[in-house]
Design a protein around this ligand. Structure first.
Ligand code: NAP
Length: 235
């Protein structure tokens, strides 16, 4: 799978990791880069094809798929982080996390899958797909659902030779993590690992040391995982 010459669509491309995806795709010689966003006026990178797309709106997704019939790689990057917990959080906010990460990503995959034979889908997941945080209960559940979705569609699309890659990361230096004072990886490094993973045909990319650590904990009992995680985060 080569990025050079490929026609690629990125969701949530107006800022953060999505904006970095379109810059890095152009650097790697992508043939066409569809930079999608809820607001087109926020796309400020020359050389891309701006396209309006709200992944939670089925009509918007269908219109984007019709406008970009030559796409071979879809990067499902769009996401939100509301800070809602599951017990005390507002239910509509919890549903919005699920509508974005699970149903929104699924809307895009269902619309584009027919044209992705021998192509690729990259879903931007998180170490939080595997590790809950008090203060991010809804985000954790939604990212875990998106991880399960990633594994299921990989099986469902295997017959069409569509690569389905899950990208996991800890903290990246974007608006979403502006509140966080700990170590954050530069978006360039996260996106480079993701695009290298697509080119190497990998089903999973662990883009930083935190995502590798969290994955390594998964075989442990939850009592061990959460004790170790707290110790690591407060060290
Ligand atoms: N930053 C991190 O540390 C981190 C860690 C793990 C995983 N992630 C994941 O990485 C992805 C990108 O996050 P980021 O850090 O770049 O966040 P960000 O800077 O907050 O950007 C989020 C992007 O998603 C877009 N978006 C949100 N809802 C959308 C919708 N319904 N339809 C279309 N676009 C929508 C936003 O558009 P608007 O400008 O219109 O709001 C924005 O372009 C997300 O999936 C996030 O969960 C991030």
């Amino acid at each position: 799978m080569q990025i050079n010459g490929a026609h690629v669509l990125v969701t949530g491309a107006n800022r953060g990791l999505g904006r970095q995806f379109i810059l890095s795709l152009l650097d790697r010689g992508a043939g066409k880069v569809y930079a999608t966003a809820r607001r087109l006026d926020l796309i400020d990178v020359p050389g891309v094809i701006p396209l309006r797309l709200d992944i939670t709106d089925p009509a918007s997704v269908a219109a984007a798929a019709a406008a970009a019939p030559d796409v071979k790689i879809v990067i499902n990057n769009a996401g939100i982080s509301t800070g809602a917990n599951l017990i005390t959080g507002d239910l509509d906010t919890i549903r919005r996390e699920m509508d974005t990460h699970f149903y929104g990503t699924l809307n895009v995959i269902r619309a584009f899958a027919p044209q992705l034979a021998d192509g690729a889908i990259l879903n931007v997941l998180s170490a939080i797909s595997w590790l809950a945080f008090d203060g991010a209960g809804a985000y954790h559940a939604a990212k875990a659902a998106e991880w399960a979705l990633t594994n299921s569609v990989r099986l469902e699309l295997a017959g069409r030779r569509t690569l389905v890659t899950g990208l996991h990361l800890g903290a990246a230096d974007t608006d979403m993590m502006a509140w966080y004072d700990g170590d954050k990886t530069a978006p360039e490094a996260i996106v480079a690992a993701a695009l290298d993973g697509i080119e190497a045909h990998r089903p999973e990319v662990l883009a930083d040391s935190w995502s590798r650590q969290v994955k390594a904990w998964l075989s442990e009992d939850p009592s061990v995982i959460y004790r170790e995680a707290e110790a690591a985060l407060t060290a």
